[in-house]
Design a binder for this molecule. Structure first.
Ligand code: SAH
Ligand code: SF4
Ligand code: F3S
Length: 448
């Protein structure tokens, strides 16, 4: 292996999984990965276009690689992922130093494309959407885990067309993978040491709904639960409109299911939710949250919220604040609305000033920071089961793992604990993680 590639990944878990595939494919054609773009023969960006800022980041990055290309004309520069899908050939026209563009359905074509640039120096782009059968055959599969936790893609695409969202346009229609294949993959992962799986999809809880005779998402969870070796199950991202009673009940029945759900609400105002085409209203959402808390009093929720959707009034925004206060999310990802090409909302008039939007955003942030602090600091003194994942990213020789609520906990301990669920006493809470001390290694008492 003498050629080298450098890959950077932006965006959501879908891109993370696609990037794993890219790494595998490039290895097969003799490329080894390097951490420094300056050493690479091939530079690839796997991109996200969910908000304008994400898209602009791509152009900024590509610009920064131009000097490398000027120095070494043999260097191959490529863009994949959602910006590639959205822009297609236009990207090649905009950026004369770019060699290849591959869309979200075309990762498998990468080796062929790289070869053709290598051999013929022909710039190329592939952004065709594939039909359902071909996509099912090309689903990313990994049967060997080299880590304690893995993402497993169970469905791809999205049919929801929320009015602000580019995802259905860049990822295509929803397809669910056959459950037999998913279960087989997870069995193999468990055999190779994986202890936690996160089932992923743009709209993961609509899994199976559009395939005749397929399991429902709740049934799929129950089957994953039976797999020996798997200790924990998570899933993301759930759409509130597809959160069935059957799925809510899983949180009361399936011990391995972590007691955390990311359930993006987007807005607390029914009027705005309707304009967003979300398919539920404020009360419907709050009802589901109440049911979740009844079935599983321990559950913690996180959410995505968009501030400043076109036409959002002060009153609408107050409803978002009051909903966030009522649900008491453990964390929120909040975003300023960003018009996206081809979406329905891009045509709506957006006359709210930037200053007002920012003020709303800051108020939501302040409320959430207070809630988050109280919730995570409230864990101090508790003994919680933690699945140990590896060496702490702080590089201080500590270990890290996660609680059922997906919070990272750093603590001192022996490497042999990796892959085990151990009891850790939480001693301090930081902005994005907690500090702990091992309580009784190896045993798995309930949290106190
Ligand atoms: N499939 C997931 C996530 C989609 S993208 C879901 O349905 O929840 C992640 C988040 O980005 C969304 O939940 C939304 O809050 C935010 N987002 C998407 N489009 C946006 C836009 N045009 N402007 C601002 N935020 C946006
Ligand atoms: Fe986008 Fe809505 Fe689909 Fe989520 S459910 S990916 S927000 S269209
Ligand atoms: Fe971004 Fe594409 Fe994911 S737009 S959020 S990387 S599906």
């Amino acid at each position: 292996m003498n050629k080298k590639f450098y890959l950077e990944t932006f965006g959501c878990q879908m891109n993370v999984v696609d990037s794993e595939r890219i790494v595998d494919l490039l290895r097969q054609i003799g490329y080894g990965e390097v951490a420094d773009a300056a050493e690479a023969d091939l530079i690839l960006l796997n991109t996200c276009s969910v908000r304008d800022k994400a898209e602009r980041k791509v152009y900024g990055h590509l610009g920064s690689f131009k000097p490398l290309k000027d120095e070494n004309p043999a260097l191959i520069l490529g863009v994949g992922g959602c910006v590639a899908q959205q822009e297609g050939e236009r990207l090649l026209r905009k950026l004369p130093y770019l060699d290849l563009v591959f869309g979200t359905h075309n990762v498998h074509k990468l080796p062929e494309m790289v070869r053709s640039v290598e051999e013929n120096r022909v710039r190329c782009h592939e952004t065709e959407f594939l039909d359902r059968e071909t996509r099912l055959q090309l689903f990313p599969v990994r049967t060997e885990g080299d880590s304690v936790t893995r993402f497993v893609t169970v469905m791809q695409g999205c049919d929801n067309f929320c009015s602000y969202c580019v995802v259905p346009h860049v990822r295509g229609r929803e397809v669910s993978r056959p459950s037999a294949e998913i279960l087989d993959e997870i069995r193999h992962l468990a055999d190779s040491g994986v202890r936690e799986v996160t089932l992923i999809g743009q709209n993961v809880n609509s899994y199976g709904g559009k395939e005749a005779g397929e399991l429902s998402f709740a049934e799929l969870l129950a089957r994953v639960h039976e797999i020996e070796g798997i200790e924990r199950i998570r899933f993301t991202t759930s759409h509130p409109k597809d959160l069935s009673d059957e799925l809510i009940d899983c949180f009361g029945i399936l011990d391995k299911l972590c007691t955390h759900i990311h359930l993006p609400v987007q807005s607390g105002s029914s009027r705005i939710l309707q304009l967003m085409n979300r398919g539920y209203d404020r009360e419907g959402y709050l009802d589901k949250v109440r049911r979740l808390k009844t079935v599983c009093p321990d559950i913690r929720l996180t959410s995505d919220i968009i501030v400043g959707f076109p036409g959002e009034t002060g009153e609408d925004f107050e409803e978002t604040l009051s909903l966030a206060a009522e649900v008491r999310y453990a964390d929120i990802f909040s975003f300023l609305y960003s018009p996206r090409p081809g979406t329905a909302a891009a045509a709506l008039s957006d006359d709210l000033g930037a200053k007002e939007k920012q003020e709303r955003f800051d108020r939501l942030l302040a409320l959430q920071e207070k809630n988050s602090r109280e919730i995570w600091e409230g864990d101090c003194g508790k003994i919680l089961p933690v699945l140990v994942e590896g060496e702490s990213r702080q590089g201080d020789g500590q270990l890290f793992g996660r609680t059922t609520w997906n919070r990272i906990v750093n603590f001192a301990g022996d490497w042999s604990l990796v892959g085990k669920v151990i009891n850790v006493r939480i001693v301090a809470s930081r902005k994005n993680s907690q500090l702990g001390e091992i309580e009784e290694s190896g045993s798995r008492n309930q949290e106190s």
